[in-house]
Write a protein that binds this ligand. Structure first.
Ligand SMILES: Cc1cc2nc3c(=O)[nH]c(=O)nc-3n(C[C@H](O)[C@H](O)[C@H](O)COP(=O)(O)OP(=O)(O)OC[C@H]3O[C@@H](n4cnc5c(N)ncnc54)[C@H](O)[C@@H]3O)c2cc1C
Length: 514
C-alpha cells in the first residue's frame, strides 16, 4: 500500500466526523491523507443524542477532552435508561450503567437476591445498584477508581446535541489536517476489472480519488449500496418500528441523569434532557399508526413547549451484508441501523472505526494495494457479531411483555424470536443464568435489568446460592444497600454538578427550573 494512504470519507454526520477525527488523530500525516466530503444541502440525520459509556474510551483513545466536549455540546450525564410501561402499563425500571450488588461466596449477587425473594423478601433489585439509586434521586458524581469503593461500581455516558457533536468533531479533525469539501457527489467511478471504487465525482465536476473510501453517507449508502450493491439483511419482522418523529422542547423540570423510553401504543417515546433543551421522539411502526397521528401524540405528550415542528424519519432495521466490501467500509447508518431503544448506533460507529484502525495499523494490503481478503472477512465477522448481539437484546424488550392493549404489543408478544435469544431466555427462566460473552454488548447487569424489568422471572435460583446461611445473606445484602445510601449522600444534584464541571458554552442553561 502506498503511503500516505488516501482516505476519502463520504459524509459529515456523526459517523463521518467520528471516522475522520479518529483516523486523523491515531495516524500521523505521513501515513494518511484524509478528505471528507459532505453536502450541506442534504444535511445530516442529527438525532443521535444518547450514548453508551464506551464513548469515553473512544474520546480517550483519540484525545478528546471530556469537559470541553460536554460544554460545547450542551451535554448532560447519563447513568442509564428508564423504561416505562414496557411489561405492563405503570411499570418502570432502569437499565443502569453499572453492577447490582457484589458477588458472595463466588456466586453472582442476583442469585442471593432471588433466593431471598423466593423466601418472601420484597426489596427491589434496583436498591442494590448505585446508578439506579442515583438516577432516581437525580444525583451525579464521577465514579471512583478504587474497586473497594462502592463509587467504583458504575460508569456513565453523555446525552448531547448531535449537531453540535458533529460540529465539535469537525473542528477537532480540521485542526489535525482533515480536508473538508462541501459538495454533492453525483457519480461513483468503479475500476474496470475488480470493481473497486476509484473516485467520486462532485456536482462541481471535481473528481476525488482514493485508496480507501469510508461510506458515511447515511441511510442511502451511496457507495456501499448504490455503487457496490452489497445487499441488506432486514430485521423488521423482529423489530417492527420503521419510522420516527423527532422534536425538541423546552426543559421543564430537573435535568435527569438518564434517558427515558416510554412504551406507547405503536412503539415508544424517547426523552433526552440536554442543558439547553429536551430531545424527544416517537419511534413507531407504520403498520400500527399513521405519521400524522404519531406527530400529534408526540406533541400532546411533551413536557415543555415544542421548539420546532416534528421531523419525520424513516428507516429499515437491519445491517449491510458486508460492512467492508472491496475498498469501501460502511460506517454509521450506511452500514446498518438498529433502532435507538438502547442508544447503540454511536457505539456501533465507534466499534467499526476502532476495529478498522486496528486493521489498518497492521498494513492489511499487498504490494498492489489490495486489502487482504482474510482481514476483510475478519472485520465483517466482527461487525456482524456486534449487530447480532444488540439485535437480540432489543428484541427482548419488545417480546417479553404482558401488554395486550394494542395490535403492536400483541404482535411482539406472540412473534417468533431468533433461536439465539430463545436459548438465552430459557436458561434465564430456569435458574437465573445469564449467557455471557467476552466480546460485544451487553454485559450481565444489562441483561439482568431487562429480564427483571420486563418480568422475566426465573423459576428458581442456582443451588450454589444455598451454601451461605440465610442470616449471613440477609446481613450482607442489608450492608450493600446501606453503603449505596451512604454514597448517595455524597453525590451532588446532577444539575449542580454540571454547572461546576462543564457549563455549556456559549449558550446559557435555559428553562431548567428545579
Ligand atoms: C430516530 C433516530 C434516533 C436515534 N437516536 C440515537 C441515539 O439516541 N443514540 C445513538 O447512538 N444513535 C441514535 N441514532 C442513530 C444516529 O443518529 C446515527 O447513527 C448517527 O447520526 C450517524 O448518522 P450518519 O453519520 O451515519 O448519517 P447522516 O447523519 O445521515 O449523515 C450522512 C452524511 O452524508 C452526506 N451525504 C449523503 N449523500 C451525499 C452525497 N450525494 N454527496 C455528499 N454528501 C452526501 C450528508 O450530507 C451527511 O453529511 C438515531 C437514529 C434515528 C433515525
Amino acid at each position: 500500500m502506498p503511503f500516505p494512504l488516501r482516505i476519502v470519507v463520504v459524509g459529515g454526520g456523526t459517523a463521518g466526523w467520528m471516522a475522520a477525527a479518529a483516523i486523523a488523530s491515531v495516524f500521523g500525516p505521513a501515513h494518511r491523507q484524509i478528505r471528507l466530503i459532505e453536502s450541506s444541502e442534504i444535511g445530516i440525520v442529527g438525532v443521535g443524542e444518547a450514548t453508551l459509556p464506551h464513548i469515553r474510551f473512544f474520546n480517550r483513545r483519540i484525545g478528546i477532552d471530556e469537559r470541553e466536549l460536554m460544554a460545547k455540546t450542551q451535554a448532560t450525564f447519563k447513568l442509564g435508561i428508564e423504561f416505562c410501561d414496557w411489561a405492563r402499563i405503570g411499570d418502570s425500571y432502569i437499565h443502569p450503567f453499572g453492577a447490582y450488588g457484589s458477588r458472595l461466596a463466588g456466586m453472582p449477587f442476583h442469585q442471593f437476591w432471588l433466593r431471598q425473594r423466593e423466601a418472601g423478601a420484597t426489596t427491589d433489585i434496583g436498591e442494590y445498584s448505585l446508578p439506579i439509586v442515583a438516577s432516581r434521586a437525580n444525583r451525579f458524581a464521577l465514579p471512583a477508581e478504587d474497586p473497594a469503593d462502592v463509587m467504583s461500581t458504575f460508569g456513565y455516558a453523555f446525552q448531547f446535541d448531535a449537531s453540535l457533536y458533529a460540529a465539535y468533531l469537525r473542528s477537532f479533525s480540521e485542526a489535525r489536517g482533515v480536508q473538508r469539501t462541501d459538495g454533492k457527489i453525483v457519480d461513483v467511478k468503479l475500476r474496470p476489472g475488480d470493481g473497486w471504487v476509484e473516485s467520486v465525482k462532485l456536482e462541481s465536476g471535481e473528481e476525488v480519488s482514493g485508496d480507501l473510501f469510508i461510506d458515511c453517507s447515511g441511510f442511502r449508502g451511496l457507495l456501499i449500496e448504490q455503487a457496490l450493491k452489497t445487499g441488506y439483511d432486514e430485521w423488521t419482522h423482529w423489530l417492527p418500528c420503521n419510522r420516527a418523529m423527532a422534536v425538541p422542547c423546552e426543559n421543564s423540570g430537573p435535568l435527569t441523569p438518564y434517558t427515558r423510553a416510554t412504551a406507547r401504543e405503536a412503539g415508544w417515546q424517547w426523552r433526552i434532557p440536554l442543558q439547553h433543551r429536551m430531545g424527544n421522539g416517537y419511534v413507531y411502526s407504520s403498520n400500527f399508526i399513521s405519521d400524522d397521528e404519531a406527530a400529534s401524540k408526540l406533541l400532546a405528550r411533551l413536557e415543555g413547549k415544542a421548539l420546532a415542528d416534528p421531523r419525520p424519519l424513516r428507516f429499515v432495521t437491519g445491517r449491510r451484508r458486508q460492512t467492508w466490501n472491496r475498498n469501501v467500509v460502511a460506517v454509521g447508518l450506511a452500514g446498518g441501523f438498529l433502532e435507538p431503544l438502547e442508544s447503540t448506533s454511536i457505539y456501533l460507529i465507534q466499534i467499526a472505526i476502532t476495529t478498522l484502525i486496528d486493521y489498518l495499523t497492521e498494513r492489511p494490503t499487498d504490494d498492489q494495494g489490495r486489502f487482504d481478503p482474510r482481514i476483510v472477512a475478519a472485520f465483517n465477522r466482527w461487525i456482524e457479531m456486534e449487530y447480532d448481539r444488540v439485535r437480540d437484546f432489543l428484541i427482548l424488550h419488545y417480546h417479553a411483555t404482558e401488554r395486550d392493549d394494542t395490535p403492536l404489543w400483541n404482535y411482539c408478544r406472540t412473534m417468533r424470536i431468533p433461536d439465539s435469544l430463545a436459548h438465552k431466555m430459557e436458561l434465564f427462566r430456569e435458574r437465573g443464568r445469564v449467557v455471557t460473552y467476552k466480546d460485544g454488548l451487553f454485559l450481565e447487569p444489562s441483561w439482568l435489568a431487562v429480564y427483571f424489568g420486563q418480568r422475566v422471572m426465573p423459576r428458581s435460583h442456582e443451588p450454589g446460592a444455598d451454601a451461605v446461611d440465610a442470616a449471613t445473606v440477609g446481613a450482607q445484602l442489608a450492608r450493600m444497600r446501606e453503603r449505596i445510601q451512604m454514597a448517595l449522600t455524597r453525590m451532588p444534584v446532577h444539575e449542580d454538578f454540571l454547572r461546576a464541571y462543564c457549563p455549556a458554552t456559549p449558550a446559557p442553561i435555559v428553562g431548567t427550573a428545579r
